[in-house]
Ligand binder design. Structure first.
Ligand SMILES: *Cc1c(COP(=O)(O)O)cnc(C)c1O
Length: 457
């Protein structure tokens, strides 16, 4: 099909929208390693997981065999409010870069959470409601997940208790107010409302908090209240499953115009948007039908895939969550204080970790000043102020497009533009003032953190 016929934005008709999520594990010959009970080191049973997570979500977490899982009608209806998300041909960026590459991005920032996280939040809230629960607890770092979940909970009339990493709580008061507007209860973490929070506060009274610590508090709060469960916005296989709606829509839209991406790029924090975007394409690769190059992009200051080890690790600081085999920097790892761009989780989705370990996916790390430079370049021509997280993918997409310029290759690049950056203006300010610096952890620092990994035989 000639290029001219491809619109700037490719939308789907309502009757073209996906009605099923795609479960990439079904097509993996070697599956991700099972979650282990942190006390016994035995694989977690469904019963154990059901103490923490909603029943139906436990089923999805453990389901490695069903390739497709129906999206319940109520969730499809909610998706219709803000989906399909546009697949945009970045004509203006291509022109600016003067590259022969064709660049597409799937933009997930068109909802109040400002990110893709609503795709899984609505699913998790739906299953909690269906189970008859009163509410859910969770953690949030930068705030997108907490916002998405508070939106989903208000839709289904569920109580929503959010532990927000203390430094974000203080730096992003507007995020907090958005969550409260949707009815959520927001507590800075660590707090004195949980045992684990009080313990951490006693040991480190001046701590700024961390995701791992907020997770421990949220889990404790869920398991100590009747009618509550804990929900998580990334990392878990169920979250990747829900996020496959991003990849399904992208694939339907591209197939419609006969476009095949050569390279698919996404930023990787816990791995949910990248996993969701690449899943249906990875399925084709796993089944030997088509080939694609997949690239995970992570911050050089929190490089779990590119410099981490593939091992069982704790998912949280308090060591109450199941152990997961993943690429990890160690659960005690803290990105340096000047790290501004999100994607600060110490580990990575078990599914993506396994795919990466099998050589089916590549990973690169990028430094934050280069990320903000790419963000600025993109904002100025494409009209969207990107989230710092998303800008990691922009940076690598631009790098790949510039390689095409050198070689003259007309590669098709697809990247995930996961969200908008309106709540990240302190970070943009630091960049604009020339106050932003890069920090790359030394091997010694990483080794110290690896030394804390649990010994599993
Ligand atoms: C949370 C978030 C990410 C990273 O999370 P993943 O689970 O790795 O996708 C990326 N971009 C935005 C805008 C986010 O809110």
């Amino acid at each position: 099909m000639s290029d001219k016929k491809i619109p700037y934005k490719i939308y789907l008709e309502e009757n073209e929208m996906p009605t099923q999520w795609y479960n990439v594990r079904a097509d993996m010959q070697k599956k991700p390693a099972p979650l282990l009970n942190p006390a016994t080191h035995q694989p977690c049973t469904a019963e154990e997981l059901e103490n923490v997570f909603c029943d139906e979500l436990v089923k999805q977490e453990l389901n490695e065999t069903d390739r497709y899982i129906d999206i319940p009608e109520e969730i499809q209806e909610f998706y219709k409010m803000y989906r399909p998300s546009p697949l945009v041909r970045a004509y203006c960026l291509e022109k600016k870069l003067d590259t022969p590459a064709k660049i597409y991005y799937k933009f997930e920032g068109n909802n109040t959470s400002g990110s893709h996280k609503l795709n899984s939040a609505i699913a998790q809230a739906y299953y909690a409601k269906k189970q008859g629960l009163k509410g859910v607890t969770t953690e949030t770092g930068a705030g997108q997940w907490g916002t998405a979940l508070s939106m989903a909970c208000s839709y289904f009339d569920l109580d929503c208790q959010v532990y927000m990493v203390k430094c974000s709580y203080e730096q992003k008061p507007f995020r907090r107010e958005v969550m409260r507007t949707y009815g959520a209860n927001v507590t800075p973490s660590p707090s004195d409302t949980t045992e684990v929070g009080r313990k951490i506060l006693a040991e480190f009274p001046d701590t700024n908090g961390s995701l791992g610590c907020a997770i421990s508090e949220a889990v404790e709060k869920a398991t100590s209240q009747d009618g509550y469960r804990y929900v998580l916005g990334s990392v878990l296989s169920q979250v990747l499953l829900h996020q496959s709606v991003i990849g399904m829509e992208s694939k339907i839209a591209m197939d419609k115009y006969g476009i095949k991406p050569d390279i698919i790029i996404g930023c990787a924090g816990g791995g949910s948007n990248l996993g969701g975007l690449i899943s249906p394409f990875m399925g084709e690769k796993l089944r030997g039908e088509k080939d694609y190059k997949f690239i995970a992009v992570e911050p050089a200051s929190c490089p779990s895939l590119t410099r981490g080890v593939y091992a069982y690790d704790f998912c949280d600081t308090g060591k109450v969550c199941p152990l997961q085999k993943m690429y990890t920097l160690g659960s005690g790892f803290m990105p340096s204080a000047n790290h501004a761009g999100g994607l600060r989780y110490h580990g990575m989705s078990a599914v993506l970790s396994e795919l990466y370990d099998q050589g089916l996916m590549e990973a690169v790390s990028v430094e934050q000043t280069a990320v903000f430079e790419a963000a600025q370049q993109f904002a100025r021509v494409e009209g969207i102020l990107p989230a710092p997280e998303s800008s990691h993918a922009i940076k690598t997409a631009i790098d790949e497009a510039m390689k095409c310029k050198e070689t003259g290759e007309e590669k098709t690049i697809l990247f995930g533009l996961t969200g908008t950056g309106y709540f990240d203006m302190y970070a943009y300010g630091a960049y604009n003032d020339g106050r932003m610096s890069d920090y790359i952890p030394t091997d010694e620092e990483l080794q110290k953190s690896f030394d804390t990994l649990p010994k599993i035989d």
